[in-house]
Design a protein around this ligand. Structure first.
Ligand code: HEC
Length: 127
């Protein structure tokens, strides 16, 4: 019985830790979003700012948010936003999509990129 209880306890700890790491990512990513992206991008569906809404962006084809007027480059990029493409774009937007008009020089920190991508996924329910 003692052994069984101990095993249960250990399992509980592992599960809690994994959960904490996950939400820390999203929470840190939300801060990155608030500081570096929200001036131009809403996190609400159907809210266009200077940039397209980022609600639902994860899993969406580039250049397809209704309401937004994109550059030709973004409309003809023909890529789907996932962890890989978002990472490439956010690292160096203009090198990743030549001719994009997103006036942002990129997020150098790989951790900040991973966090903000986790946040974008969390506001994209269909992905
Ligand atoms: C100064 C304004 C500005 C900032 C800051 C900015 N963006 Fe953008 N972003 C834009 C504009 C404008 C576009 C549309 C670009 C185009 O049409 O070429 C865009 C496009 C995008 C796209 C493509 C969306 C789609 O629907 O295809 C993503 C993803 C994106 N931005 C993410 C981010 C993230 C994440 C940040 C913060 C780390 C950020 N942007 C910071 C203005 C900005």
């Amino acid at each position: 019985m003692r052994k069984f209880l101990f095993a249960l306890l250990a399992l509980g700890c592992v599960a809690t830790q994994a959960h904490a790491a996950e939400s820390a990512n999203v929470a840190a990513g939300k801060l990155v979003y608030l500081h570096q992206c929200s001036d131009c991008h809403s996190n609400q569906p159907h809210m266009d700012r200077f940039g397209p809404t980022l609600a639902g962006v994860y899993g969406r084809m580039a250049g397809t948010a209704p309401l937004h007027r994109y550059s030709k480059a973004m409309k003809s990029a023909h890529i789907r936003w996932d962890a890989n493409t978002l990472n490439g774009f956010l690292k160096d937007p203009r090198a990743y999509i030549h001719g994009t008009i997103m006036p942002y020089r990129g997020l150098e920190s790989a951790t900040a990129r991973a966090d903000v991508i986790a946040y974008l996924q969390s506001i994209s329910p269909k992905s």
